[in-house]
Design a protein around this ligand. Sequence first.
Ligand SMILES: NC(=O)c1ccc[n+]([C@@H]2O[C@H](COP(=O)([O-])OP(=O)(O)OC[C@H]3O[C@@H](n4cnc5c(N)ncnc54)[C@H](O)[C@@H]3O)[C@@H](O)[C@H]2O)c1
Length: 338
Amino acid sequence: MEVCVCSVLLLCVCVYVTLQLIRFITADADFTLLWAAAVGRSPEVALSQKVVWITGASSGIGEELAYQLAAVGARLVLSARRENELHRVRRNCLERSSLEEKDILVLPLDLLDRSTHGEKTESVLQHFSKIDVLVNNGGRSQRSLCVDTDIDVYGSLMELNYLGTVSVTQHVLRHMIQRGDGIIATVSSIVGLVGVPLSTGYAASKHALQGFFNSLRTELTDYPNITISTICPGPVVSQVVHNAFTEQVGKPVSDAGDQSHKMSTERCVHLIVAGLSNRVKELWIGQQPFLLFFYLWQYTPTFAWYITNLLGRKRVQNFKAGLDADTAYFTKPKAKTS
Ligand SMILES: NC(=O)c1ccc[n+]([C@@H]2O[C@H](COP(=O)([O-])OP(=O)(O)OC[C@H]3O[C@@H](n4cnc5c(N)ncnc54)[C@H](O)[C@@H]3O)[C@@H](O)[C@H]2O)c1
C-alpha cells in the first residue's frame, strides 16, 4: 500500500515537472507577465478612457500599441517626427475603435529636440487635462562593430534613446507627482539586461535606461500609485533594423534582412498591454531561446557568458562575411543583396 502511494506521488511530481517544463519551453514572457495576461485585470477595465501618450507611434511596436489601446477605449496622444504617418495611424485607430476624433491627438515630437518637450507636455495637458500613461517607445538600434564605429554614433544613441526619453519623462513625471498617479512605461530591450555584439552603443543606451528607471522607481516610494515599468522585448517584427545606426551617423543599413523568425508585433504588444493593465514593473518578452537568455543572465551568468560568446562569435563572423547576422542562428544565412 505504502509503495503504491509513493508511486502515485512520484508520478504526480513527474507530470507536474513535465507540464512546467512544457510551459516554460513554449512560454514567450516571464511568469509574472503571463500570469497578469491570463488572470489579471483586463485592458478594457484598466485602460478604457485613460490618456496614453506613445512616443515612436508611427511604426512598429508603437503603431501596434496605438491600435490595441484604441480598441480597448484608451484615449491617445500619438508622437513621432513624421506627422503624415501619425495621421495614418490615427485614421486606422478611428476605424478600429469606437473612439471619436477628439480622443486621439496627433502631436509631432522629435526626441532629440529636448527644448520642445515641456511645451509638448503642456499641449497634451491642454487637450486632455491629464496624462495617465506615458509609453517611452521611440528609439533606434545599431548594427556595427565597435572598432569601426564613429564615436558620434555612440553620442547619437545616448542622445536619442537615453536623454530624449529622460527628458520627456521628467516633464510628465512632474504632472504625475502633482496628481499622485500614473504609469511611466519604457520600451527598453533584452539588450538592456544582456550584452550582444554589433550593438554596443544600443545596449549601453538601454542599460542606461534600466539604471535610470530602476533608480527612479525607488525614488518614488512616497508615490505608491506612480508605476515605473520597463519593457524588455527580444527580437520583434518592426522597422527597427531598417532604421538602425551603422558605423557612421546618417549611413543607412544596407540590408535589414529577414524578419520572419521574430515575434509578431501583435503578440508583443498584447503582452505589453497586459503588463500596463496590471502595472507590472519589469516585462520580459521573447520567444525561445531569447526568454531562456533572460533567465540564464539573471540566475547563471557564467553559463550565460558561455552561450552568449558562442552565438556572438557566429553573429560577428556572419556580419564580417556580409551575411544576414540576425537570422544566422536560426535559419540558413542569407547573403546580403547589395
Ligand atoms: N523590434 C525589436 O526587435 C525591438 C526589440 C527590443 C526593443 N525594441 C525597442 O522598441 C522601440 C520601438 O522600436 P520598433 O521596434 O517599433 O522600431 P521602429 O523603427 O519600427 O519604430 C521606432 C519608432 O521610434 C521613432 N523615432 C525614431 N527616432 C525618433 C526621434 N528622434 N524622435 C521621435 N521618434 C523617433 C520612429 O519614428 C518610430 O516611430 C525602440 O525603443 C526599440 O529600441 C525593439
